[in-house]
Structures are given as structure tokens and as C-alpha cells.
Design a protein around this ligand. Structure first.
Ligand code: TYD
Length: 136
């Protein structure tokens, strides 16, 4: 179910010979208020991030610079997104297992999150994720 709720979102892009500009408003371009922003950078070649799901958190992931792959998994099916556009985000619904890898040199992964950091919201064991996702 969660994978069907995840989607690609192209944000407004103001093109300008001086450089392009993209903006994102909570509850307008994305379906939640932004409570937290974090970013991954200086990712060494071959490193993988993610490897968890969130019980309630919703997120948007954007390749601000460079490129990387995002693998989403709802416990039934998987989908791979190759991100390399600064104006494009992937909305990740709650209860979606995510993995990030194949980072290019200099890649920056921006994450917009619906809640403050809360370790108890994480599911870090895939077996537990499958149990919760399956409603067992
Ligand atoms: P984690 O979410 O596991 O990283 P990723 O999914 O990108 O591989 O977080 C890594 C560490 O950073 C973990 O110890 C928790 C900490 N952390 C915070 O303290 N605040 C935050 O907002 C985030 C996202 C992580």
C-alpha cells in the first residue's frame, strides 16, 4: 500500500540565465508541514544509507546535487528511482523501507521531514518491517 502512496513530485522551477530557482512550500507542494530538514553529503563511493522504515514519518528526498539511487519497498514490491534533478523530489509515505546507494561524487541528498527526529519511529530490522507492514 505504501509504495502506491509514494510518488515523484516536480517542484516549481524558475529558469533564469543567472541560475535556476526552485521552491517548496509545506502543505502546498508537499502533503505535510516541514518540521525538519537534513542532508547527506561527503558520501564515500560505494556507501549505502537508509536501510530502515518509519512508522509515521513522511519525507521528501531530493538530489540537490549529483545523483544517487533510491530503492523503495513496501514489503510487497520494490521500486527504484534514479535521482539527478534538483527540482525533483520523491515523496516517501510512512511504512516504506528505503535504501540509498550509488551516490555520485559530490552528491547531496536533501530530506524534508514531517516530524522531528525520533528514534522510536524507526524500524531498523527488515523482518520487523515485514511483520508490521503485513499487519501481523
Ligand atoms: P539514519 O537516519 O540512520 O541515517 P540514514 O538513514 O541516512 O543512513 O541516521 C544516522 C544517525 O544520525 C543516527 O544515529 C541518528 C542520527 N540522526 C539524528 O540525530 N537526527 C536526524 O534528524 C537524523 C536524520 C539522524
Amino acid at each position: 500500500m505504501a509504495l502506491r502512496d509514494c510518488k515523484q513530485v516536480d517542484f516549481p522551477k524558475i529558469t533564469d540565465p543567472r541560475g535556476n530557482l526552485t521552491f517548496i512550500e509545506g502543505m502546498n507542494h508537499i502533503p505535510f508541514d516541514i518540521k525538519r530538514v537534513y542532508y547527506l553529503y561527503d558520501v564515500p563511493g560505494g556507501a549505502e544509507r537508509g536501510g530502515h522504515a518509519h512508522r509515521n514519518l513522511q519525507q521528501i528526498i531530493i538530489a540537490m546535487s549529483g545523483s544517487f539511487d533510491l530503492i523503495l519497498d513496501d514489503g510487497t514490491e520494490k521500486k527504484v528511482y534514479s535521482l539527478n534533478r534538483s527540482y525533483r523530489g520523491i515523496y516517501i509515505a510512512s511504512m516504506t523501507w528505503r535504501e540509498l546507494g550509488n551516490f555520485s561524487s559530490g552528491a547531496v541528498c536533501l530530506v524534508l521531514a514531517s516530524q522531528a527526529y525520533d528514534e522510536s519511529d524507526y524500524i531498523r530490522e527488515y523482518s520487523e518491517f515485514l511483520e508490521v507492514a503485513g499487519g501481523k
